[in-house]
Design a binder for this molecule. Sequence first.
Ligand code: C5P
Length: 243
Amino acid sequence: MARRKKIYEGKAKTLFEGPEPGTIVQYFKDDATAFNAEKKDVIEGKGVLNNLLSEYFMVGLGQIGVPTHFLKRLNMREQLVRSCEIVPLEVIVRNYAAGSMSKRLGIDEGTQLPRPIVEYCLKDDALGDPLVSEEHIAAFGWASQQDMEDILSLTLRVNDFMSGVMLAVGIRLIDFKIEFGRVYDGDFQRLVLADEISPDSCRLWDIETGRKLDKDVFRRDLGSLTDAYSEVARRLGVMPNTP
Ligand code: C5P
């Protein structure tokens, strides 16, 4: 492999300088972390599954008109994406209570919410990605009012798309996290969906059995993470042996 410049190494992905200006190679690692990296392991094959699944969701979202950073998949572990300036927010959508919301508000996991609830967390590992309000976002200038309007409408479209795709294969989309980036065309700025969408960043429950098919399998020691992610890929027809 030719030497290339590493731009950033995160918990689950490494970013390298891409072949053209304005592009980045996103490499999906097998590393799994939870609880802000207090729990760690290497799960063979996770990177390949997340690369393929994220490609599948990003391409589908692109087809319904949601702009994304995805350009093309390069191989089993890498995809070429547009370089963008990441908005420092984790955008979480919840359709059913689970995880930190259940803990924080005392709502039983699996309770259907009256409508999708969107939450924002500051992207800051050292602080444990704290929940923030739109007041904080505006006051500290993390995103403009226009950005927030665009983020909300794109996020709800992502939720509708992802919920439908999952429902069609017998999976309930409990919640998920996405990130946005800014790309600049001259003076013109627009937002794109960035990072990844994969079972690492969603909660996915089998509708019939309630089986968890997401990173909670790792967080809560519920069995094989590769089996869970492979099941999602199998149902969606996203096979790891696709060239
Ligand atoms: O932990 P919590 O219940 O707040 O997570 C909500 C959703 O956001 C889950 O699907 C989780 O996997 C995802 N998430 C994430 N990265 C984080 C925090 C949450 O992908 N740093």
